[in-house]
Design a protein around this ligand. Structure first.
Ligand code: PAF
Length: 280
């Protein structure tokens, strides 16, 4: 696997594409099987796969969260080598950002709903870095995990607004055998937190299996109760929404998604389940 840390190296490497289909998997590192499944999807759908590892400071709303974000780069490199990833782009912050850079993209409601409410500014940071990474890598196809469902919507909105010539693919959430959604943050969970955190995927599955379009408010209420009754879990939101607008779903909504965010001990977790059809 080639490892590059500068834009120039990437530009040189991809100067002559010779009909290659470049698949891109941008990440914050601390790779797990969820990321590996994205790389595998990329391998099936492109001829050259590039992964980026960049802990993007502009998308962290809490400086302590940024500081404690895991950065096991040696283990990440060996996972990527094992899976046969072609290129890793692992730039320092100075390669991506100049001092005092300004960025704002009007992505409408998507910025302020759900995650946006709890992490103000987060999606501006995400669009800023993904725009930069897309401009450097110029991928034909980019792969994102469904676990960050709202992020996929935000990035597709950006691609549409800025006419970026890239196809986006949303890949299913990877789960541990007990249902816990894979996340780089799971390493912060204590054994007790981890056990309690299972209520999130259990509740989402319950909602999917018991879904009744004529009674969405009652289902949501029941889901909130299930999570509230679990010790060690602090619910931030549980919403059943239109999978495109993220506005509250009603009996006529076609693509319904249930999304949850909660703290398990000190660790903030998100998860979701598609009740209707995927949108990207
Ligand atoms: O989902 C992530 O890992 C990040 O938000 C992303 C898309 C790599 C941007 O930093």
């Amino acid at each position: 696997m080639k490892i590059f840390t500068t834009k120039k190296e990437i530009a040189q490497y991809f100067a002559h594409r010779d009909g290659k289909i470049v698949g891109f998997v941008p990440t914050l590192g601390a790779l797990h099987q969820g990321h590996i499944s994205l790389i595998k999807q990329a391998q099936q759908n492109s001829t050259e796969v590039i992964c980026s590892i960049f802990v993007n400071p502009t998308q962290f709303t809490d400086p302590k969260d940024l500081e404690k974000y895991p950065r096991p780069i040696a283990a990440d490199i060996s996972m990527l080598e094992q899976i046969g990833c072609d290129v890793l782009f692992n730039p320092p912050v100075s390669e991506i950002y100049d001092d005092n850079e300004k960025w704002h993209l009007d992505i409408g409601d998507l910025e302020h709903l759900l995650e946006g409410k709890f992490r103000p500014g987060h999606y501006q940071g995400v669009t800023q870095v993904v725009y930069k990474l897309f401009s450097i890598v110029k991928p034909d196809v980019a792969f994102f995990g469904q676990k960050d469902y709202q992020q996929v919507l935000v990035i597709s909105k950006m691609v549409e607004l800025l006419n970026i010539p890239v196809k986006l693919v949303m890949c299913p959430t990877q789960r541990e055998s007990d249902g816990l959604a894979m996340s780089s943050r799971n390493i912060h969970l204590t054994a007790d937190d981890r056990q309690h955190a299972l209520i999130l995927s259990k509740t989402l599955s319950w909602v999917k299996n018991n879904f009744d379009a004529s009674n969405i408010a009652a289902i949501k209420h029941q889901a909130e109760l299930m999570i509230a009754n679990e010790p060690g879990i602090e619910l931030e939101y549980f919403e059943i929404v239109d999978g495109q607008s993220l506005h509250t779903a009603n009996a006529n909504t076609k693509n319904i998604v249930a999304l949850v965010a909660a703290r398990a001990g000190k660790t903030r977790l998100i998860d979701n389940m598609l009740i209707g059809l995927p949108i990207v």
